[in-house]
Ligand binder design. Structure first.
Ligand SMILES: [Fe+2]
Ligand SMILES: [Fe+2]
Length: 320
């Protein structure tokens, strides 16, 4: 049984969400994009690399540089597959579960019609992103004639899973997913843009990343307004867990996933695979793909939790 209560008043509180919901039909990737299978085939260029070398943490390692070129290309292809796989996992295990809970009144302060509409639209968007990244993986696999490898799940999904295992109550598990969703929604652009703005890699992957990134700009805005409303209704225990988890999420999001890289190198038979990855693990400057906390700093200030969060926002390193 569901008690259905949709708030059709208090519009002024959710202006941004309402605006995002109204422009969705014109802006959403699922509406503006009409990629056909033919386009996908045409946009995959065998001679172009599948993943930017600049964001491979060991790209400048002497043992990587001296490896055969064909093997290096396989590493880049698997980097792209791991990235696509990560995007799918983020939608499946973090974003869509959170938007579904918002839609289903699991959290207080989410009854406004604009919130319901935006959450439902975001679920459509995220599902479409799963499709886009599946195009990406399929075509790499086929065109590069790859053998199967087993790689770990997306790092933030693994961390969220661990955190959920450490708590026992349902509201705690739900809140952990919500926090990881807002961290992810407001951070993923930075990663997507590293691909979208790289003109040396597959044009198809640039396009997929750009389509996805444009949606996430809107999601970040919608999420911030929804979370502010939810947070106002939280009790002290919920607020405490929110802040503690937000800080963990900020630290872990967009960290390099060395376990995945190691697994790829080992399975591809790369010489000194573990040594290469261990060298990177021991270099603090290689810990993160990118650190862009611009949105989060402003959000924390607006939420009134900046001091409580006690996070070092000066680590922000923006890559355009
Ligand atoms: Fe997405
Ligand atoms: Fe999103």
């Amino acid at each position: 049984m569901y008690e259905i209560h949709i708030d059709t008043e208090n519009d002024s509180l959710f202006q941004g969400t309402k605006k995002a919901a109204n422009i969705w039909k014109k802006k959403s990737a699922t509406k503006v994009n009409n990629l056909t299978q033919r386009d996908i085939e045409d946009m995959f260029k065998l001679e172009q690399e599948d993943y930017p070398r600049e964001i491979v943490p060991f790209a400048d390692h002497p043992d990587f540089l001296s490896a055969p070129e064909e093997l290096k290309q396989d590493v880049l292809s698997w980097g792209a597959i791991a990235y696509n796989n990560g995007a799918v996992s983020a939608e499946e295990k973090v974003s869509n579960p959170a938007f579904l809970m918002i839609l289903r009144d699991v959290f207080p302060g989410t009854s406004h019609e604009a919130i319901k509409l935006s959450a439902a639209q975001a679920i459509v968007d995220e599902s479409y992103h799963i499709l886009l990244h599946t195009y990406g993986t399929n075509i790499i696999y086929r065109k590069r004639n790859l053998k199967p490898l087993t790689i770990p799940d997306y790092l933030p999904s693994r961390i969220l899973n661990q955190l959920k295992e450490n708590v026992s109550l349902t509201w705690e598990k739900n809140l952990l997913t919500l926090v990881f969703a807002v961290v992810s929604e407001a951070s993923v652009n930075a990663y997507l843009n590293l691909i979208a703005n790289n003109t040396t890699i597959q044009p198809l992957f640039q396009k997929i990343a750009k389509l996805h990134s444009d949606d996430e700009y809107r999601h970040a805005k919608v999420c911030s307004e929804i979370i502010k409303s939810i947070y106002l209704h939280f009790n002290q225990d919920q607020k405490n867990l929110f802040i503690k988890t937000y800080k963990i999420g900020l630290e872990k999001i967009l960290a390099h996933d060395f376990d995945t890289w190691e697994s790829i190198l080992v399975q591809l038979g790369f010489k000194k695979a573990k040594e290469i990855i261990n060298d990177c693990r021991n270099m603090p400057e290689k810990s993160h793909l990118v650190r862009d906390y611009t949105f989060h700093k402003k959000f924390a200030e607006e939420m009134g939790i900046f001091e409580l969060l006690d996070f070092d926002f000066s680590k922000t390193k923006i890559v355009n």
